[in-house]
Design a protein around this ligand. Structure first.
Ligand code: ADP
Length: 253
């Protein structure tokens, strides 16, 4: 299925990965898409977390995808113009579980790439489930992934587990384009910074991957409310604009 960049209308397919759940991979994917869109890029988000999807909820997309004129599936489009495809859009109720084994999950991910009418995109961000199981492997092997962004947090455990996913990307001959350290600090209204989850290990991540640190992101409690109410596009923070700028520049090199 993997085709060359020249055959594709999607310029760059980038997988967002983490070794462990809860480090904010989906949130970083969503907010990176928002900042890229603000900068005028054409962006799509493929929610590769088939059994635990959160992207549709974050963007508040409603309704089911429809058939496109050429027989494909139309992605839903967010208020800000981001194209989104997520398993949740096909469920009767958002809380319905997707009780599928690995091969079915892999097949859904492939269809989300090849059967969806993404149109012309500058970036398709693929939000992966955590870990190194079937779904991340499918994406790396069956989709034309141009690069991987690894999301981690300052906890040691997150770094240890993130090493597993770095090694997986290497084994599958993927390219790590950058690392993002999420939940790196909390800043008070007076500008005091607290490293709640411990000191930054950004430098360590850079030396482990040989890839640049694209973002060093704060903990912001207001994000939870915005994400839960489908209003992630209303969020603005300098750290995410910097992340998007670094991302674009790194991919240009
Ligand atoms: P993952 O995709 O790695 O499992 P999520 O993106 O779902 O993690 O994030 C887990 C939870 O933590 C979500 O409720 C999310 O809104 C919250 N979260 C993630 N990053 C931050 C942050 N920087 N500040 C505040 N809340 C965050």
């Amino acid at each position: 299925m993997a085709n060359s960049a020249a055959d594709r209308k999607i310029k760059q397919v980038i997988a967002i990965m983490s070794g462990k759940g809860g480090v904010g991979k989906s949130l970083v994917t969503g907010l990176l898409a928002v900042s890229l869109r603000r900068q005028g890029q054409r962006v799509g988000v493929l929610d590769g977390d088939i059994t635990g999807p959160s992207i549709a909820r974050m963007f508040g997309t409603k309704g089911q995808p429809t058939k496109s004129p050429n027989g494909g599936i139309e992605p839903l489009v967010s208020k800000g113009g981001i194209k989104i495809m997520s398993m949740n859009m096909f469920l009767e109720r958002e809380s319905d579980p997707v009780v599928w084994r690995g091969p079915m999950v892999s097949s859904a991910i492939k269809q989300f790439y090849s059967d969806v009418d993404w149109g012309e995109l500058d970036y398709l961000l693929v939000d992966l489930p955590p870990g190194t199981s079937d779904a991340p492997m499918t994406v790396m092997q069956a989709l034309p992934v141009d690069g991987v962004v690894i999301v981690s947090s300052p906890q040691m455990l997150a770094t240890m587990i993130v090493m597993k996913c770095i090694n997986m990307v290497r084994q599958l001959k993927g390219l790590i384009v950058g690392v993002v350290e999420n939940m790196a600090y909390f800043e008070t209204p007076n500008g005091e910074r607290y490293e709640i989850f411990g000191p930054s290990n950004g430098t360590e991540l850079v030396s482990m991957t040989g890839a640049p640190l694209l973002g060093h992101l704060p903990i912001d409690p207001s994000l939870t409310t915005l994400c839960d109410s489908g209003r992630v596009e209303e969020y603005y923070a300098e750290a995410y604009e910097e992340l998007a700028g670094n991302f674009v520049n790194t991919l240009k090199i």
